[in-house]
Every structure is written in C-alpha cells, then in structure tokens.
Design a protein around this ligand. Structure first.
Ligand SMILES: NC(=O)c1ccc[n+]([C@@H]2O[C@H](COP(=O)([O-])OP(=O)(O)OC[C@H]3O[C@@H](n4cnc5c(N)ncnc54)[C@H](O)[C@@H]3O)[C@@H](O)[C@H]2O)c1
Ligand SMILES: [Zn+2]
Length: 680
C-alpha cells in the first residue's frame, strides 16, 4: 500500500497506522543495512518508504516522535566493538533527487541567511562516495582512533582495521600540523576489488555483497583486522570534526591543508560560485559516473564558508548547509527467459538469469547473477517473470525484485538441482554455506577451470597455454588434471589443429620454465579454497616447504598472519584428500620443484629457519618475522629436525618440548634480540 498525499489525505488514525508500519519496516531495514551489512531491499525501495514517512510526518506534525527514523542517523553500534563517542555528532545528509530540489536547497538557505534570492553562494561540490563514514582522530599528527558513524553519537572502534588502509597515513607530514585533528571521510572499495571479493565469496559458497557499500562496510567492520587487510579499502576525507591548534577558513582551505598533510582528498572536488554551477556539476558527474573506478551514488553540495555553515546549523538528522544530490537508480524492467546453472572451479553451482536484453543506463544487460539458491527462493523468482534489474556497481547486474502483478500463470518455479548439470554427480549443500556444490571429482567444468587457474599468470604462469588450448587438451583427453601438464610431449601438441613446430616448442618451453616457480605461486595455483595469492605467500613464507605445509596442524596454520580458522580448515581438507596428494606427487615426480622465495639473499641467516612459540613480550610476531627475514632467514610454523632455532616466550608448550627432544637451539627473547643485533 502506498498513500499519495496529493490524492487524498488520510485521517489521523489511518496516518498513525501507516506511520507505525513504516517506522517498523524502516527500523528493520536499518538494522540489516547498517548493523549486518546485508540489505534485503534496494536503496531506491528504501528511499521510497523513507520519503513516504517524511511526507506523512510533514502532513501530521503531531505524530512526529524524536525516535522516528526520519530524525535519527544510522543504527546503534554493534556491542562486539568497543564504543567511541563522537564529540560532534556525525550526521546524515538531506537528499535531493533532481535539479528542482537542488534549487530549493539554495533558496532555503539564502532565506535563512537573509541573502537576496539572486546572490551566488560559493558551493563545494563533491562526489558522494558510496561507502561508509568514519571519523579519524590524529593527535600530534598520529592516527590514534578510528570509528564508524554508528547512530551518529556513538560509533564502533575500528582503529586496527582502518590502519590497514594503505592510502591513509598513520602519521601526518608537512607543516603546521594541529595538536588535535578529527577528520571525517568515506571508506570505500574500488569496483575491481568489489567484484573480486564477490567472485571469491561465491566460489567459497558464502553470500556475496549486494553492492560496493555493503562490501566496504562488511570489510571494515571485522573483528579481525587481518580480514580488513586483505580487502583493498580506500578512503577520501571530506569534513573536519574538532580541531585544536589551527582553524580552517572554509571547506576549500580544509581540503588544501589536509591534502598537504598527506590525507587522501578526492581530486574531483570542485568549487562552484552559485547553484547553477553546482547543478551542472551534478549532471556532469552523472555522466562521468560510469567511467569512475569506484561507485558514487550522487554528489554532495556544501556551503563553502564555515561561518555560514555555523550560522545555518543542523537539524536532528542533517546539517542545513549541505545536501546529497542522489542519482536515479540504474534500473530497468525486463523478462527473465531462463535460468541456467554455472559450475565454478570449486564446484559451486550458481544460478544465472538469462534476460530479455534491456538497456540500463547505457549498458545492454542480458544476464543477471542470482548469487545462490536462497536468493531465488527469498525473492520468489520464477522463469518467465517480469523482473526489475539494477546495476549496483557490478558488471553483472542483480535482480532487485519480481513484479508478481505481471504474472500470467505460466511462470515456472525452479527447484534446486539434485545433480550436477555437467557431470551428473550428486550435489550437496555444505552446512554454514549458502551454496550448493558438485562434489564430482572429475566434473568437467571444475577440472577445466582449475587447470585454467593453475596455468594463469599469477599462478604457474605458463605463457601461451590459454583457455583455448586447455579446452583442446581436455577434449583430446591429453590432460585430466594439472599434473598431466608436466607429462605432455611435443607430439601431443602437434595433434592440435593448426599447431606448428614453433608454437609447440614454445609451449613446451613455457611448461618447462614453470617447473621452478616459487612455493607461494605453487600453493596459490593448487586452487585451495579460501587461499588467495596473499595467503598462499604467507603460507609459503611460514612453512618454507610443501612437506611442512602438508603436515601443518590447524594450530600451526592459525598462528600465521593472514590465516584464520576457515582458511586453516580448508588447507587441511585439501591435503587430507588423497587425490590431491596423488596429483601433487605426480607433479613432483615430473620434476616440479616449487622453490622458496627468500626476501634477501645473502643475509647472515640465509637458509636458517626459526620457530617462535609461546607469548612474546618484547616484540610482536610480525616484528620478529621482519627481523629474521631482513637477514635472509625464514620463519616457519612447526618444529622439525630441519629447524635451526626455536625462540620460546612465556608459556611455550609442545613446540618447546619437541625442540628439546630434537636438540635444537632454544633462545629466549633476549637471546634472540642479541643474536639479531650482533655483528657476526
Ligand atoms: N537498502 C536498505 O535496506 C537501506 C537501509 C538503510 C539505508 N539505506 C540507504 O542509505 C541511505 C541513508 O544512509 P545515510 O544516512 O548514510 O545517508 P546518505 O548516504 O544518504 O548520506 C550521508 C552520508 O554520505 C556519505 N558521504 C559520501 N561522500 C560524502 C561527501 N563527499 N561529503 C559528505 N558525506 C559524504 C557520508 O557517509 C554521510 O554519512 C539512504 O539513501 C538509503 O538508500 C538503505
Ligand atoms: Zn559436476
């Protein structure tokens, strides 16, 4: 039901009922969106409900309550984070959705300031980053605290996570750095990073993020900063909080000076004299939007002068001196013709919607991802349905909702598959995962994609062996798994169509060259679930050899930087599977020797391996690792006969016992430091 105030104003009783209902719905969506980062409806749908409530409250001012969603910001911070109180509340912004409303904003504030209607005000125009707001506190130039907006008054302490943002200085540089600088900004993810994270999530059977904003929020609001560190978050700063030791004249002055101290400022920020320029900026950004490497959902117009800002002041939810000019949603209505099942590298089966091609803001769309089976059920999507599709920062758009009123009864509900469409194997649904997965060990698309992954540039980098050749190898039955690659002969390649001696020779050379790729690449190439490039490198560094990694216990695995329980379990599952071990053995027999990377060859401890155990008092494990690696050594996770030194802190357990048993040199923390600092 939607009430239009223009047609017939409801009675106060009916209005009260509708207001209550809207508040309940909005609270519900707020919680999903702000606290759990998993919205159920699109922003456009949410905004429609929000505006309806705003209009009802405007028509019935008596029914306004201070706790209405229209008077409040965000949602309460989650208790699992430490709370940070904002000394100046972090507000939201009022919205304009078209140029008329932008003009009204200008007129409204000039009236409040007592300025003539035709006077030009200086406005700063900024892209509205689709991320989440944080407040950073720099004391004497050092980043000390970072927090989310929360409910505007209290946010969540995410200092450790924000520290992992590479573009953000932990220490300000330059002249006249204030004693205290609170600065607000938007944390966001590039579109590339967003799409990569979603691909990984789908492969891992986890629910994917609806849009880059939720991905950024979900990545930042992690209890474990190691997860944030793996997500390439970025930030642009856009407003001061409390500042001591300097004053900024206006927004322009603020931007110039914080940029001078090394804080990231969006280069597209622009000053316009008069609202016409600000409206032109909005139009221009709407066009530029498609070519930006990150998602923006509008522009923000701010009064440049800080004294005018102070005079205008704030309302409960938003300042009077700024407005968010939202872009229209990138949606279109079309027909869902078919749902096909696509099998990924790890066996995850994803339903993909084939659409009647339709143009959505300049891009023709014919496919939409349905992410997983739950989504299909939740949104009651049927083949033949008329659907609303939206591009939300993704190349592949999503289905926002179906239009049930357009049904004619011929639409078909699809039940989840029981058998793999490609190999006929039984499909299982793994507990805690939203995905269904084909467990077939020789499922063609899985084999195909695992081989493509294995030879790819960032993995074993077998130049020239692209997708097309992999297909041919498979269809000729020359290759059944990655190990077979190392048993290929030039004659095998000659069976390909149009394959000359030269090309066959090149491919053989490329395969030959890949035999000695470093251990990190090799581990990554194996395609172990949850083990991306970074984690593979960390595992290689920590264990030093494939044998060590194969035998690593969960405890040893989780003690490594970048490795959580999920990753550890996945690594164990992989090496506990005899098929995988057999494939690896065959590669080693064929002369594949994954080498260990040394950060610096020629250090005093080159070839020496160190194990750290117990709790360290004087330095972090990270620091210890650096010290060892700087001198060419290697930090590994488990003690074996090949270990050279064991450094034992307080409460060292089984590793220390083992070191004593094997007669390995055991060092105290002090002795270790002395060893690292000694000259020879
Ligand atoms: N889909 C859902 O279920 C759901 C639920 C709740 C909210 N939402 C969406 O969230 C929006 C409301 O959220 P909101 O309160 O964060 O407001 P908002 O996103 O409309 O605007 C305020 C925010 O803009 C951000 N921002 C980005 N660039 C900025 C810049 N250059 N200068 C200043 N601020 C900048 C800041 O984080 C600021 O807090 C609604 O429009 C709604 O669509 C959706
Ligand atoms: Zn299969």
């Amino acid at each position: 039901m939607q009430l239009s105030l223009l047609d017939n104003t409801p009675s106060p009783e009916v209005a009260q009922q509708r207001i209550d209902a809207l508040r309940t719905i909005l609270e519900y969506h707020n919680r999903l969106y702000y606290q759990l980062d998993t919205p159920e409806v699109s922003d456009a749908e949410y905004d429609t409900l929000f505006r309806e409530l705003q209009e009802l409250e405007a028509a019935f001012p008596d029914l306004i309550t201070p706790d209405s969603p229209t008077r409040r910001v965000g949602s309460a911070p989650l208790a699992r984070f430490a709370a940070v109180t904002h000394r100046i509340p972090m507000l939201s912004l009022e919205n304009a959705t078209n140029e008329t409303e932008i003009g009204e904003f200008d007129q409204r504030l000039k009236k409040l300031l007592g300025l003539p209607g035709d006077q030009n005000v200086d406005y700063i125009c900024e892209p509205k980053m689709d991320g989440l707001a944080v407040e950073l506190i720099y004391i004497d130039g050092c980043l000390t605290t970072a927090s989310t907006r929360g409910d505007g008054f209290t946010g969540e302490d995410v200092t450790g996570n924000v520290r992992t943002i590479r573009s953000l200085p932990l220490r300000l540089t330059g002249r006249d750095i204030p004693r205290l600088l609170e600065v607000r900004g938007e944390v966001f993810l590039s579109l590339d990073a967003f799409q990569r994270i979603n691909r990984e999530k789908e492969e891992n059977g986890e629910p994917s993020f609806a849009n880059p904003r939720n991905a950024a929020a979900g990545s930042l609001r992690q209890l474990d900063p190691r997860i944030s560190a793996q997500r390439p978050l970025s930030i642009f700063c856009y407003a001061p909080g409390i500042v001591e030791g300097t004053t900024f004249r206006n927004q322009r002055d603020f931007f110039d000076r914080i940029a001078g101290w090394g804080l990231p400022v969006n280069p597209l920020v622009h000053c316009e004299n008069g609202i016409a320029g600000a409206a032109a900026y909005y139009r221009q950004m709407m066009e530029q939007r498609e070519s930006l490497p990150y998602e923006i959902d509008g522009t923000v117009i701010k009064v440049d002068s800080f004294s005018m800002q102070a005079e205008l002041g704030e309302k409960s939810r938003s300042p009077r001196w700024a407005i968010a000019c939202k872009f229209p949603p990138r949606q279109a209505v079309t027909r869902l013709n078919e749902i096909i099942l696509s099998v990924g590298r790890t066996g995850v089966i994803t339903p993909v919607a084939q659409l009647q091609p339709v143009e959505v803001s300049g891009v023709t769309v014919s496919r939409a991802t349905l992410h997983n089976w739950d989504e299909l059920t939740l949104k009651d999507i049927r083949v033949g349905d008329t659907v609303v599709v939206e591009r939300a920062g993704d190349v592949i758009p999503a289905i926002v909702k179906v239009l049930p009123e357009m049904r004619n009864g011929t639409e078909q509900l699809l039940s989840p598959p029981t058998h793999c469409p490609e190999c006929g194997s039984e499909i299982v649904r793994i507990a805690d995962e939203v995905a269904v997965r084909c467990m077939g060990l020789s499922c063609p698309p899985q084999t195909r994609q695992s081989i493509i992954h294995f030879v790819s540039r960032n993995a074993m980098d077998i130049e020239g062996l692209g997708e097309r050749f992999v297909e041919q190898l498979l269809s000729l039955g020359l290759v059944h798994n990655v190990a077979d690659i190392y048993y290929l002969t030039p004659e095998d390649f000659r069976r390909f169509e149009r394959m000359g001696d030269k090309l066959a020779g090149n491919l053989m050379t490329a395969i030959e060259k890949s035999r000695h790729r470093d251990l990190g690449r090799f581990i990554f190439a194996l395609g172990i679930r949850h083990v991306g490039e970074r984690t593979a490198k960390a595992l290689a560094q920590a264990f030093g050899s494939l044998e060590h990694l194969e035998q690593a216990t969960l405890e040893e695995l989780t003690s490594i930087r970048d490795v959580g329980l999920t990753v550890a379990q996945s690594v164990r599952t992989f090496f506990d599977n005899p098929e995988n071990i057999a494939v690896i053995r065959r590669m080693l027999e064929a002369g594949v020797t994954p080498a260990i990377e040394r950060k610096r060859i020629g250090g005093r401890f080159t070839g020496k391996s160190f194990v750290f155990t117990g709790s360290l008092e004087h330095f972090t494990r990270e620091k210890a690792r650096q010290l060892v690696e700087n001198q060419g050594g290697n930090v590994i996770g488990s003690v074996s006969r090949k270990t050279d030194f064991v450094v034992a802190g307080e409460d060292a357990g089984s590793k220390l016992t083992k070191a004593h048993e094997l007669g390995i040199t055991v060092l105290s923390e002090d002795a270790f430091l002395a060893l690292m600092e000694s000259e020879t």
